[in-house]
Design a protein around this ligand. Structure first.
Ligand SMILES: [Mg+2]
Length: 130
């Protein structure tokens, strides 16, 4: 079991290429209900406009970075339960720790395959539904 195919997913990343890659990998996995945000600020705005089942959150972004958005999400009574997978270029131990402490459900290091993406998503699904 995993996220249903009609799950509404938000990708927050300041890099167009990365958004395209995630969108295409998600499409390979059968997820086509994917929205995009440019940075943390835009992401927060979109999360408040509409209900999402899962968020992929880039770490380094202008305006508001991923870890700040994650902290904002976890503070907000309306948003706090949304599953968040952090996406980052490096797997530094202190970054992983900070992400987990800030409430990330999982962590994925660029570059990654559809298989890794699915693995992480299934883990998060088990975490929230199991
Ligand atoms: Mg970035």
């Amino acid at each position: 079991m995993g996220f249903p195919a009609n799950s509404k997913i938000l990708t927050v990343d300041d890099t167009g290429t990365m958004k395209k890659i995630i969108k295409s990998l998600l499409a390979q996995l059968g997820y086509n209900n994917v929205d995009e945000a440019e940075n943390g600020k835009d992401g927060l705005y979109k999360l408040k406009q509409s209900k999402y089942d899962l968020v992929f959150l880039d770490w380094n972004m202008p305006e508001m970075d991923g870890i700040t958005l994650l902290q904002e999400i976890r503070k907000d009574p309306q948003l706090k339960d949304i599953p968040v997978i952090m996406v980052t270029a490096e797997a530094k131990k202190e970054n992983v720790l900070l992400a987990i402490q800030s409430g990330a459900n999982n962590y994925i290091v660029k570059p990654f395959t559809a298989e890794t993406l699915k693995e992480k998503m299934d883990k998060v699904w088990q975490q929230i539904k199991g």
